[in-house]
Ligand binder design. Structure first.
Ligand SMILES: [Zn+2]
Ligand SMILES: [Zn+2]
Length: 314
């Protein structure tokens, strides 16, 4: 936040200096200058796909702002992401860098060491303490670690959209009204989406499932889906013992499905093995880390995920 403020203040100072120059220097006749045409667009970089979608909800149809994604479209979650030289070059040009926070961008300190003037908006900063407190208290007889995939919990995603709006209004005040109008519309739709998801998923509260990406834990924490165990495949390969224990648990607890993220060719080998051993079917949920760049994709994918769960588990 300090950095953003610093950037805003230096921006304001530049504007004052420029205004001073313009006033002192009589404008040559016959060369009307439109600031709209000559100014570079306000360049916003989103760290990865979910942040791109949430940012585009705010900037949709607004002139003079450009939104790009730092990570390539096929990157997925940023777990273990290594910054590329091209990322640094792109971010150097950016007026604002939108991140998820909560450790998703594990490179952020290294980045700020190299680009100390980069204005960063951490979209989860406003509720990180709340998540910390939740993680240390019990949820239905067990505890959870802080889970960074917050965009899959619509109420938190709404707070992220609001944080993006606030940052854009501060950094690009000329378009503040347009950003606020978009945000209000987006938040109303997200609230309706959240209520739909609650209603659709409530009947599944007693259906046991197993997940292979901790992103989906939010379907448990926000919407009550009974995820009895998560074995994340983006970290180390699970050990034989972990897999054996999981298979035993699936058989003992009458697990109805295995949740995996979309795969390009074959389902992850571990998930396939567990499916063969247990007869428990794989179902694919979209963690929104890849796909269409249109902000509508957020709503479409969240609705499709709920539909998939309802169809597979009802
Ligand atoms: Zn992830
Ligand atoms: Zn729980």
């Amino acid at each position: 936040m300090k950095r953003l403020l610093k950037a805003i203040l230096s921006g304001a100072l530049c504007t004052l200096l420029l205004a001073g120059c313009a006033a002192a220097e009589p404008r040559a006749s016959g060369t009307p200058v439109s600031s709209q045409e000559t100014e570079d667009p306000f360049l916003v970089m989103a760290s990865f796909h979910p942040m791109l979608l949430l940012t585009r909800m705010v900037t949709d149809g607004v002139e003079g702002v450009e939104v790009q994604c730092m990570a390539e479209a096929n990157t997925g979650c940023l777990h273990d992401y290594q910054l590329l030289p091209g990322d640094l070059r792109n971010l150097q040009e950016a007026d604002l860098f939108i991140i998820n926070g909560l450790g998703m961008e594990s490179f952020i300190q290294q980045l700020l060491d190299q680009l100390p003037d980069l204005a960063v908006t951490d979209t989860s900063a406003g509720f990180a303490a709340e998540l910390d407190a939740e993680a240390s208290s019990e949820h239905a007889g067990h505890t959870h670690q802080v889970n960074g995939h917050v965009w899959l919990s619509v109420p938190y995603a709404m707070q992220q959209v609001q944080a993006i709006c606030d940052a854009l209004c501060a950094g690009d005040p000329v378009h503040a009204q347009a950003y606020q109008d978009n945000t209000q519309r987006a938040l109303e739709r997200m609230q309706a989406l959240h209520e739909d998801l609650e209603a659709q998923l409530a009947p599944l509260a007693d259906t046991a499932v197993v997940s292979f990406h901790d992103a989906f834990d939010w379907y448990h924490m926000t919407y009550g889906l009974n995820i009895v165990q998560t074995l994340s495949l983006h970290e180390e390969e699970p050990s034989t013992r972990q897999i054996t224990e999981l298979v035993e648990r699936i058989q003992a607890e009458d697990v109805a499905a295995l949740l995996v993220e979309p795969y390009t060719q074959e389902p992850p080998a571990v998930a396939s093995m567990v499916e063969r051993e247990t007869g428990c079917p794989i179902i694919v949920l979209d963690p929104l880390t890849r796909g269409e760049e249109d902000p509508e994709a957020y709503f479409t994918a969240m609705k499709e995920n709920a539909q998939t769960l309802v169809e597979a588990l009802s």
